[in-house]
Design a protein around this ligand. Structure first.
Ligand code: GNR
Ligand code: NI
Length: 178
């Protein structure tokens, strides 16, 4: 297992469309394990491979609370096969946009198809925070950040501040999960 450095915006690697994996082999399984370790350490409730500089369609998610047993989900090539008509709005945060939050509306319930750690095709239904988190991670695989769902005014304000922080090497306070 290894902790991987998390890339923060602005960075061109966060804007790329990632490539599907051919199969979940030992290399992809190792990536999933390292991503889970990195996500738990951050701490965060999800992580997408491009956030650690790997431009592959791989995500990990765990929305279980501190007091609950861990419930990791690892997905390769996730696809939405169904979305509800009704939306749900959550205040989202992102490990690649530390310290900034914004309300994003997304389908409230989804059905997602993916390859699991054993390279088996699986489908699950999700709602609530899990549905939001899976969609947030899937967006990363297409180079989309939660700020891309905000108004241009809010997005540019956040990205400008992050760029400024990067340029002046201002240390950002540690990220807190929403
Ligand atoms: O840790 C995270 N919290 C979160 C809160 C609301 C909606 C989405 C998320 S995902 C985020 C971790 C992250 O950046 N994943 O890409
Ligand atoms: Ni994110």
């Amino acid at each position: 297992m290894a902790l991987l450095p998390i890339i923060t915006a602005p960075d061109p690697r966060l804007k790329k469309v990632c490539a599907p994996v051919e199969a979940v082999d030992d290399e992809v399984r190792q990536l999933m394990a390292d991503m889970l370790e990195t996500m738990y350490a951050a701490p965060g409730i999800g992580l997408a491979a491009p956030q650690v500089g790997v431009l592959k369609r791989v995500i990990v998610v765990d929305i279980s609370g501190d007091e609950e047993p861990e419930a990791p989900l690892c997905m390769a090539n996730p696809e939405l096969v169904e979305v509800s008509d009704d939306d749900a709005t959550y205040e989202e945060g992102c490990l690649s946009l530390p310290e900034y939050y914004g309300e994003v509306a997304r389908p409230a319930a989804i059905r997602v198809r993916f390859l699991d750690r054993e390279n088996e095709i699986r489908e699950i239904e999700a709602e609530g925070l899990l549905a939001t988190c899976i969609q947030h991670e899937m967006d990363h695989l297409d180079g989309i950040l939660f700020v891309d769902h905000l108004t241009a005014l809010k997005r540019n304000m956040i990205l400008r501040k992050l760029l400024k922080a990067k340029k002046s090497n201002t240390p950002l306070a540690s990220y807190a999960t929403v």
